[in-house]
Design a protein around this ligand. Structure first.
Ligand SMILES: Nc1ncnc2c1ncn2[C@@H]1O[C@H](COP(=O)(O)OP(=O)(O)OP(=O)(O)O)[C@@H](O)[C@H]1O
Length: 460
């Protein structure tokens, strides 16, 4: 089977370290950054052919480019100008692979914003930062007066590039999404229950996450596939027992209509492999021709990558909160709920196996990426038929979810006992949503899938 040229691979952001044995959540530490082959060759050709004329880059307002010998250093209290507006930097929100993101305030309005700095010495990297700005600006147009959805997205406020004597500095000023990345919040135990039973808390968090993310993604999917929707990029804020979720980092987003109509053939797999579909692994290991002749998997790749990765993120959150990092059963079994607990226990066991396998494979990919041995790892994964192993895990996860669903239905049919699940009805909806989202190579869903999930949580 012919392998794709390695230049088709897109950059996987900050996922240079993957967890080893823990089944739960990615490690926080992200020490080394590889090179930045983040723009795939064909993208860069499109850009070079004039795909983004300078004046149109920012979707309406012109690109602000200034020349300077010396760009102001990013540090607390520094005053930074972007497109005729000035901002004071406060504190560092995070490092991405491409730069730092600061909490800042607009001096004129006092509005709190997130200000991302991307420094680049290559033309391609600067254009990719511009492309991200363009996507963030386009996001605003896709929201149809839906406040919940708006709150969850980092709309662009303004952007510009400073050309210094040594490099280009692109600044993106966007809506500040409060809170912390989900992965970080889970590790720090920020979402754990107070007095509530961990299972009830797990379903409550998962329900709110599904409700808010589906409301935002229902709109976003009209325009984009995010391609990296996972606990690194899902933000969560805890506010007196409520959770506010958001989605950041549209650096890998693609036009969803073009993508579903075949555009997927021209880009490599992107994002964090632990949240990929079977079809993403097939594309990565065997190349796009192999995916082109696998009808169902092609359809999955063309329509379901965000649903699937967000679904796995919710499942991980649910299980980490319900069972703790070791995946052990903390619940005292009550007779009425015993069947549900047993089904959940089977689910967590399959998840642990899945997570160990996915983490190992992803680590192999990252190691190869850092050693410039991508063709070798693809060939190894192709020989092992790794995509089929992923597919088998997704079938097992879905079967375990079906079991939980059946046990919940029978529990709901005979109510009366003590309920540590909190609301059994909410638990049912969470599991139904996960079955809509986590894919085992099933055909088309796309926006329809987000609509179905959104409707499940309409009144939550
Ligand atoms: N709009 C925002 N509001 C609040 N915090 C943000 C926002 N955007 C980014 N951050 C913070 O900055 C960090 C890095 O941002 P981002 O992921 O966009 O950078 P990146 O260089 O694209 O990273 P990656 O390596 O993940 O691709 C995030 O993990 C988050 O903590």
């Amino acid at each position: 089977m012919a392998l794709e040229d390695s230049s088709d691979d897109e950059y996987w952001g900050s996922y240079t370290t993957a967890p080893q044995e823990r089944f739960t959540i990615p490690q926080l530490t992200q020490p080394c950054r590889p090179e930045r082959p983040w723009l795939d060759q064909r993208d860069s050709e499109n850009l070079a052919e004039g795909g983004l004329p300078e004046k149109e880059v920012w979707g309406g307002s012109s690109l602000s480019t200034t020349c300077s010998q010396d760009a102001t250093e990013m540090q607390a209290d520094a005053v930074i100008s972007v497109e005729n507006r000035t901002f004071t930097l406060h504190d560092l929100l995070g490092f991405g692979s491409f730069g730092s993101v600061w909490r800042a305030s607009c001096i004129a309005s006092g509005k709190i914003v997130a200000l991302k700095e991307v420094r680049s010495s290559s033309h391609d990297a600067t254009e990719a930062a511009m492309l991200e700005a363009q996507r963030l600006r386009a996001l605003r147009n896709v929201i149809e007066e839906d406040d919940t959805a708006c709150a969850a997205l980092p709309f662009l406020l303004c952007a510009g590039t400073v050309v210094t004597s040594t490099d280009h500095r692109t600044l993106l000023v966007m809506e500040h999404i409060p809170g912390a990345p989900l992965q970080q919040a889970l590790e720090a135990g920020q979402l754990c229950a107070g007095r509530m039973h961990p299972l009830a808390q797990a379903f409550r968090v998962a329900g709110q996450m599904l409700s808010q993310i589906s409301a935002a993604m229902f709109h976003v999917s009209k325009c984009f596939f995010h391609r990296d929707a996972n606990p690194h990029n899902i933000m969560v804020q805890v506010m007196t027992g409520k959770f506010r979720f958001g989605l950041i980092d549209f650096g890998l987003a693609v036009d969803s209509a073009q993508w579903s109509a075949g555009g997927w053939r021209t880009a490599g797999a992107a994002g964090d492999g632990r949240f990929w579909t079977e079809s993403s692994w097939l594309l990565f290991s065997h190349g796009s021709e192999a995916l082109a002749i696998a009808e169902d998997l092609q359809s999955e790749y063309a329509c379901m990558i965000d649903l699937h990765s967000a679904g796995l993120s919710v499942l991980q959150t649910l299980l980490v909160l319900a069972f703790g990092e070791e995946g052990s059963l903390v619940a005292t079994m009550w007779k009425e709920e015993a069947e549900v607990f047993l089904a959940l226990e089977s689910l967590v066991n399959v998840w642990k196996q899945y997570w160990r396998y996915a983490s190992d494979k992803w680590q192999e990919v990252l190691d190869a990426f850092n050693q410039d041995a991508r063709a070798d790892v693809k060939s190894k994964l192709a020989q092992e038929l790794a995509h089929s192993v992923f597919g088998a895990y997704f079938h097992r996860l879905r079967a375990a979810l079906e079991q939980v669903l059946a046990s919940l239905k029978s529990f709901c049919a005979n109510p009366g006992g003590s309920c540590q699940l909190g609301s059994a009805d909410l638990a049912l909806r969470v599991i139904e949503a996960l079955l809509l989202m986590i894919s085992a190579g099933r055909p088309r869903r796309g926006r329809a899938g987000w609509k179905e999930v959104k409707e499940l949580f309409a009144e939550v």
